[in-house]
Design a binder for this molecule. Structure first.
Ligand SMILES: NC(=O)c1ccc[n+]([C@@H]2O[C@H](COP(=O)([O-])OP(=O)(O)OC[C@H]3O[C@@H](n4cnc5c(N)ncnc54)[C@H](O)[C@@H]3O)[C@@H](O)[C@H]2O)c1
Length: 265
């Protein structure tokens, strides 16, 4: 039996990038999905997965920053599939700017999507998980903020670090009610978000900015979205039944080197 057979998962930010990678892996392991995204492209992505894996999928076009919309997405998931076992809180945004040029509006945009979006998703799904007596939540944090940061990431780093705190508190609060909450701390994967960051970092040669990321990673490459999807599948499945409150780094070793100059290779 596939590891997510019979499980129902709600995945936010599922139209593209990592969310698409997560949805692909979930569909391949037999999960039924509600794919949520701000972009109506989510239906195209879902159609591809229905064709490829025969997966049962509904889509919901909505904004994670809007609590009522997330409540509706969770309700529609349960109406369609009878339960809601896993939530992948993946939708997030990142805009780079020097701190003195970063406006309060930019700060609030990150807080609304990256923090309140995850908060709203958890608020929407937890009542169903409590009723079922079981659930798993996987939150997309980052190595950025909690472990490392690059210049220009103040708003992004602040919000991603906050998600580690939310993960730990929800994990301890719901541990005895059988809801597990874990977060991923990803380094870099090539997605539309990272392609946009590359343009902001090096407008003349964004491809070079991406190649330079890989140089700093001991594995000399960025993650594939489906590699991140595999981690989300493990954390959502019963295989990780004794894991809660964990922050799992998935970064090809990018946070390991102490220097770029000392060593034997
Ligand atoms: N790509 C990376 O290298 C990387 C590294 C660390 C963490 N992350 C985190 O992983 C998550 C996904 O990143 P990505 O690179 O795939 O991003 P992306 O920008 O490539 O894709 C994000 C998806 O989320 C959707 N989305 C954006 N705002 C939304 C909103 N308010 N409501 C609903 N959907 C919304 C977008 O339409 C898009 O489909 C983010 O939380 C990001 O912070 C990414």
């Amino acid at each position: 039996m596939a590891k997510l057979e019979g499980k129902v998962a709600l995945i936010t930010g599922a139209a593209a990038g990592l969310g698409e990678g997560i949805a692909t892996v979930y569909a391949s392991y037999g999960a039924k999905l509600c794919m949520v995204d701000l972009s109506s492209d989510v239906e195209k992505t879902a159609e591809k997965l229905r064709k490829e894996y025969g997966a049962e999928i509904i889509t919901y076009v909505g904004n994670v920053a809007d609590r009522a919309q997330m409540d509706e997405a969770a309700k529609k998931t349960v109406e369609a599939f009878g339960e809601l076992n896993i939530a992948c809180c993946n939708a997030g945004v990142c805009r780079l700017a020097p701190f003195e040029e970063m406006t309060d509006e930019m700060r609030d945009f990150h807080i609304d999507v990256n923090i309140k979006g995850v908060w709203n998703t958890c608020k929407a799904v937890i009542p169903y998980m409590l009723k079922q007596g079981k659930g798993a939540i996987v939150i997309a944090s980052s190595v950025t903020g909690d472990i490392v940061a690059d210049a220009g990431e103040a708003a992004y780093a602040m919000t991603k670090a906050a998600l580690v705190g939310l993960t730990k508190c929800l994990a301890v609060e719901y541990a005895d009610r059988n809801i597990r909450v874990n977060c991923s701390q990803l380094g870099y994967a090539r997605t539309p978000m990272v392609e946009k960051m590359a343009v902001e970092s090096n407008p003349e040669d964004p491809e070079q900015a991406i190649a330079d990321i890989a140089i700093g990673v001991p594995m000399k490459r960025l993650a594939k979205p489906t590699e991140v999807g595999e981690l989300f599948a493990f954390l959502g499945s019963d295989e990780s039944s004794y894991l809660t409150g964990s922050q799992i780094v998935i970064d090809g070793g990018s946070t390991l080197p102490e220097t770029m100059s000392i060593g034997t290779n």
